[in-house]
Design a binder for this molecule. Structure first.
Ligand code: ADP
Ligand code: MG
Length: 319
């Protein structure tokens, strides 16, 4: 049976490419990192626990990807460029097949986003994965939740509800076609880093959608002391989600479904044309879905022009 140190050496010490700003990485008591001048350090941490965030039989390759992706999505929401990560892994036992696949999933995303794994901790216990990500933001270009003002436009990247519908399919609650797209959204979210870099100079506020649009946009509204109106017909849906909504009239996957990891952001109406020009540069599509109002609360206007109020949690209010 390999020791804790064998595991670190074998699976984690050379997992990612080396960055020149890492003076000391894995192997000493602390990592030593050089932070650029005129930048802020952006830090975010997330834990995935077996039985809570993922099922026991989850493919470890996908877990390796997702455990880093959710943190990178937070950095994208802040407008930060990812640099370094640390990994605290609690394992019930040393399963080399699991470690091999997990570290590969982690490594593929880390390498493609320029992130170096610079340290961590390896302990024994019920399976749990904690990843802390560190990024840098040039002074002045960070995006907070608190910057939205009345009159701003509300945008999202990508499409909404694919992961939530994927979960319904996986639990056999819904039988759909095109399940590959839905499972990819659920298991392998792509952090919107390139999109973040395109919008961070323009946006007045931003959040990543991890709990569902109504809940996460609700955080922007609360932090900014404003409200919003969304237009149902403008919400970007993939074909399977569009079919699902058309046949069930259940909007909860779109408004309250978690795990989208798309960006929701606001920007001044005067910048709408700049946004239209950006369309060609942004890898993912982006859609204008509504506007910020002075009066608090979140409203949804349907195709007939009827407006209804959506609760912060969205989900229950649509039955
Ligand atoms: P310490 O006892 O000083 O905390 P450890 O023995 O826990 O050190 O870890 C040895 C080195 O390996 C440290 O540099 C630590 O950051 C790194 N490390 C431990 N576990 C992991 C892991 N799962 N991923 C990446 N680095 C790790
Ligand atoms: Mg330790």
């Amino acid at each position: 049976m390999p020791s804790e140190f064998d595991v670190i050496q074998r699976y984690f010490s050379r997992l990612t490419d080396t960055r020149e700003d890492v003076e000391v990485g894995i192997g000493d008591d602390c990592a030593l990192l050089r932070v650029s001048q005129n930048s802020r350090l952006a830090v975010s941490i997330d834990t995935l626990v077996e039985g809570i965030h993922f099922a026991r039989d989850t493919d470890p390759l996908l877990l390796g990807h997702k455990s880093l992706a959710v943190g990178l999505s937070d950095l994208a929401a802040a407008g930060a460029t990812p640099c370094w990560a640390t990994l605290a892994l609690t394992l019930p036992d040393i399963d080399e097949h699991w470690l091999e696949a997990f570290s590969r999933g982690f490594s593929l995303l880390a390498r493609s986003t320029g992130v170096q794994l610079v340290g961590g901790d390896t302990t024994r216990g019920p399976l749990s994965i904690t990843v802390q990500v560190h990024g840098q933001i040039c002074d002045g270009s960070m995006m907070l939740r608190s910057g939205a003002s009345a009159g701003d436009l509300v945008y999202v990247t990508g499409t909404l509800g694919d992961a939530a519908l994927g979960l319904l399919v996986r639990r056999n609650i819904h039988a759909g076609d095109d399940v590959e797209t839905l499972f990819a959204a659920l298991d392998q979210p792509q952090p919107r880093l390139a999109e973040s870099a395109c919008i961070r100079e323009l946006a007045t506020s931003c959040i990543d959608i991890s709990d569902g649009l109504s809940s996460d946009l609700g955080h922007i509204l609360q932090a900014s002391g404003v409200g919003a109106t969304l237009f149902q017909d403008s919400l970007p849906l993939s074909r399977p989600v569009e079919d699902y909504v058309a046949s069930t009239d259940d909007w909860s996957v779109v408004l309250g479904g978690g795990d989208d990891y798309e960006l929701c952001f606001t920007l001044p109406a005067a910048l709408q044309q700049d946004m239209d020009r950006l369309r060609d540069e942004m890898p993912a599509c982006f859609s204008r879905i509504g506007k910020i109002d002075p009066e608090p609360g979140l409203r949804l206007v349907d195709h007939a022009g009827v407006s209804r109020t959506i609760g912060a949690k969205g989900y229950d209010h649509f039955g």
